[in-house]
Design a protein around this ligand. Sequence first.
Ligand SMILES: [Zn+2]
Length: 239
Amino acid sequence: MEHFEGIILKKINYKESSEIIYLYTREGMKSVLIHGSNKMKSPYLSFSKVLNVVSLHTSGKDLKTLRDGDVLKNYRNISNDLEKYTYVTLILEKIYFFSTHSHDHEKLYNFIIKIFDIVEGNVEYIPYLNMIELKLLYLLGVNPLFAHCVSCVKTENLTFSVKAGGMCCEEHLIGKSTISPLGTLAMQQLYYYDLQKEEEMNINDLYLKEIRIVLDKYYEYHLNFKGNSRKMLVGLIGY
Ligand SMILES: [Zn+2]
């Protein structure tokens, strides 16, 4: 028997009435077979709901099979809000995509749960989800550099460049920047944001849009990631 806690990122059907769920845990990704979870009266129905945080007891070596478990959180407000849910789905997709990279899974797991708890009860949820995306860049070792120009020590008159991976002075700027100085400042704030301090966060929609576009480009350019849920999100949030 094995016991662990995790958040359900996705599920696939398996044989006639069973499912395999993919969970992100403190040790990284785990997959678990749930017998009969597709049946209407299955007691395991809530163990195959994406976004649920569950505590599971499993048996089996290669293919873990669910024996018993508890639902710890179900993030009902997120699930009931299509826009929020779709944005969260983009984050789950990213976590899944990079779950095989060896980074600090415990740190990321704890961070995700903290952020989702905030998102569950917060209307202005987008900046918090962007924090996960920025934190993940850091964990994957491709974090943007904000402190000074990526190519020299200059700290003034800097512009953000996706291709350069951070701030650039006039001399070292590669291509055109797609984010305004104030948008860059807001993104930097999110990157360094301290959850413990619970500072008030107020980011204008214009800058949220700029940050979204930069994050998309950054993930595509540096990590070759393009999310499937991104297109659906455009239809909901308008960019
Ligand atoms: Zn420079």
